[in-house]
Design a protein. Sequence first.
Length: 443
Amino acid sequence: MLKEEHVTEAFAELRKQVGAEELKVREPQLRYARFVARAIAGEEGPYALEAGTGTGKTFGYLVPALEYLRIAPGAAVIVATSTKNLQEQMQHGELPALLRQPDGKRVPRYAAIRTAMLKGKNCYLCAEALGRNFEASFERTADWAERLAWLYLALRLRDTHGEVENIAPQVADRLGGALFGLLRRVTADRACRHGKLPDRTACVYPAHRKRAEEANLIIVNHHKLALLPPQLLERAKVCIVDEADRFPDNFRSALARTFNARELVEEIVEPLLGGPSTMPRRPEEAAPTEKERTRRPPEGLLRELDARFSDEEYALWSKIPLDERPGATDAEQRAYEAWDEARLHDLVNHAALLHQVAEAMHDTPAAADALLTAHLASAAAAAAADPLRRRRALRTVRQAVEAVREPLLVSRNAFAGGRAALSASRTRSGAPAVSAGRNALAG
């Protein structure tokens, strides 16, 4: 069991072996570390500890955590920092200062302890998705920025273990929309299927996650702590939350999902409609910029979506043979879909029956032909199901767009009215009154 004496002994030994400035004898830090040791060794439950600037809090909880892991091999401790920058600082600053001697060798006291850092999936590239985007980035119509963006991310995949944090400002300025557009398609949270890759055990994020699952000390941030996989949470009997006053807000933020108009179109609308709009643009109408697409007025976006959905729905109904095509009324179309669904049900049952027959004939000379017939029947059922599902999906999305149209317009008009009233008030009061109001609010 972890005792306070273990912590006192560890500080004394580490001062001799690593010589870190932060490990000089400081009584407040020792009292802090002893309390952490008592909390780790005590009954299960939450403990809270506050200390002032300069106490040495980070080493004050890392040393007891390392001592606990030294005494309990196979255990796991999760340390959650408030931000990713502090996570990086701990992984590349404080931890090496405790675990490495000046000559670079591992401190013998903690030689068996494995550490790992795990961030959110949006912080990692998906190697498979980057490969899938190679041809699009280097096709004849692609410009130099798209090609350089792909090469840059490929180099990051090699040099940074697939992380996409801390992109140099010069690179972001030069590659701009091409780089961030590609990132939206190849980060692990959007694209990773967690599959195995040639000559690799796993893709980038699954590899990082596997290392974390096998580590003893896992460094995460508040957001990632809220979304950790069960395998990690079950192993870790101790969790240290740094800057815990920020944790409730960060926890709620991690569980929330926000998106803008561009993401709505790219992640929901485009896949449903089979790709970007191919409608010709008038010569005088310039293509919208990234900023304009993101900040598109809601009524304009809704009108465009409704028009595209209508065109796609009309195209789907037009593909039905004339002798089967229903009228334009909603009742006629629903009646046709009920008949179409019954026909699809028969096709699926027929394919399932053929697979059963093929399985029963697997030892006969006709086994190959039976299996081929079953596969063809399954493909026919899938092909028949696709138009029905797309029509229903389009109808559902159109209804959703229609449902949000009026509330959005009402909110927008109310907001515009409020801004107009505020502007009129400022005009009547003059600039000094506005400044005084700001000072009053600040006070």
